[in-house]
Design a protein around this ligand. Structure first.
Ligand code: GDP
Ligand code: GDP
Length: 438
């Protein structure tokens, strides 16, 4: 499945011309077919190797007999509902008409991202109209000539993120084993936990004689779901030189974290939550993985409430990026509490895979912008036009800005925290990349 683009705008701005250019030869066939209704034309479009579905609304206005405004609005509403993104065309040779203005005012509130396209920009005659179109408040226009095929590269650039989104969705459909890593300092109890999870006997005797504990991945199933356990030094023979392991552990963790989707950071409940634990946790976030913290050797901990509070405090101070990380207390030796570990892993895995529709996202963004508008930069207020999730695993968003200027880190944090709270995304990294239209 590819994404869908709607072409909208008042009559005569060049919608059909653009539609024809995008769809190419195939369209002629469609157009010549008698009985093809004019209320909506759809086609398979491409720009270079970018393929998408395009909806042309030209001609739809003829079907209604009330005011042009009302007709445009209705045709556009229908198209927007189906589209992932809309191209609003204006005629740069004529400039902005009151109808364009009225229409733009209404589109600014649309939940579907709208990209402004100044058509008929070949030569110089379109220049004033192109400049004027900034005033529509739909961001920087793309200068295009549908008739001459100019500006298609820019169109490609702005549409590309919508394809990435689709491609990711397709990739996720294949069921691959969940890649789970257990990391932690030496002696935290990683081997003990792994053995408990996959069954100690099997592990030690192995299907093939002489299975070494050097292996870095073990596959097993949890409630019908394939899980691939990638492990660090914990899987290695304990007889190995302990000192060397100690030195290697952070680098090893990093390697394993990169292979994983969900990382369980195992900490030793007998010791305090140390800098090295935080360093590993920070790596998990930096690498964009989902995190679960397991506090092991809970059987030996006397002041349980105090120990938990200490861990939570340290986390909230040092790793505010992953507010809400599950902290599970276990005893790997007896297996106590381990039954709560895998459900937590599955839960953060699902969160890590979260997808938020562009419509929901932009409804949310509107409220966020209203509550706390973006700051000024060089005397101008930074404008955010819309937002779309470009990928999951971890949730990653493009924020489309219509003016140049850097969005401060604090504002991005405001949006990240908002996403985390409003879409319930604890324990997973959230990334937002601001982009400025060309
Ligand atoms: P629609 O009503 O929005 O579908 O507009 P059309 O595609 O039918 O185009 C309206 C008129 O504008 C036609 O005469 C087109 O040939 C012309 N037109 C479309 N694109 C361009 C362009 O890029 N440059 C120029 N100069 N004319 C164009
Ligand atoms: P690794 O280096 O992280 O793989 O740690 P190990 O699994 O080798 O465990 C280190 C030590 O901690 C061993 O002596 C384990 O028996 C002990 N240990 C592991 N889990 C627990 C637990 O839940 N409770 C207690 N009391 N000891 C544990």
């Amino acid at each position: 499945m590819s994404f869908t683009v709607a072409i909208i705008g008042r009559p005569n701005v060049g919608k059909s011309t653009l539609f024809n250019r995008l769809v190419g030869k195939k369209l002629a066939l469609v157009d010549d077919t008698p009985g093809v209704t004019r209320d909506r034309r759809e086609g398979e479009a491409s720009i270079g190797n970018l393929k998408f579905k395009v909806i042309d609304t030209a001609g739809l206005e003829e079907k209604f007999d009330d005011s042009l405004e009302a007709r445009m609005r209705r045709q556009t509403e229908i198209a927007l509902e189906e589209a992932d993104v809309a191209l609003m065309l204006i005629d740069a040779r004529i400039g902005i008409t009151p109808l364009d203005k009225h229409f733009a005012g209404w589109l600014r509130k649309s939940k579907t991202p709208v990209i402004l396209v100044a058509n008929k920009c070949e030569g110089k005659a379109g220049m004033p109209g192109l400049m004027e179109s900034f005033s529509l408040g739909l961001g920087e226009p793309i200068a295009l000539s549908a008739e001459h095929g100019e500006g298609m590269a820019e169109l490609f650039d702005v549409l590309l993120p919508f394809e990435k989104q689709e491609a990711d969705e397709d990739a996720e459909e294949e069921e691959k084993p969940l890649q789970l890593a257990i990391v932690g300092r030496p002696n935290a109890g990683k081997s003990t936990l792994v053995n408990y999870l996959i069954g100690e006997d099997r592990m030690l005797t192995g299907p093939e004689a002489g299975v070494t504990r050097d292996s870095i991945a073990v596959e097993w199933t949890y409630e019908g779901r394939a899980v691939k356990l990638v492990d660090t030094a914990g899987l290695r023979k304990k007889a190995r030189v302990q000192q060397k392991l100690e030195k290697l552990s952070v680098a090893d963790s990093l390697r394993v974290i990169r292979m994983a989707e969900v990382v369980v950071l195992l900490i030793d409940g007998e010791e305090s939550f140390e800098k090295q634990d935080l360093t590993i946790a920070a790596h998990v976030i930096e690498e964009g993985r989902a995190l679960v913290i397991a506090v092991n050797k809970w059987d030996t901990v006397k002041d349980r409430q105090g120990a938990l509070k200490l861990i939570r405090d340290r986390l909230s101070i040092s790793l505010p990026q992953v507010r809400g990380v599950p902290v599970i207390t276990i005893s790997a030796l007896s297996g106590r509490g381990v039954d709560r570990l895998m459900p937590a892993v599955m839960e953060v895995y699902d969160l890590w895979n979260t997808r938020i529709s562009t419509a929901r996202l932009n409804r949310w963004l509107e409220v966020m912008l209203e509550q706390h508008p973006p700051p000024m930069a060089k005397g101008r207020r930074l404008k955010i036009r819309y937002m779309t999730q470009v990928k999951a695993r971890p949730p990653t968003f493009s924020l489309f800005m219509s003016s140049r200027g850097e969005l401060p880190e604090s504002y991005l944090r405001y949006l990240v925290n908002g996403l985390r709270t409003d879409f319930n995304l604890p324990a997973v990294p959230i990334r937002i990349f601001p982009r400025t239209g060309k």
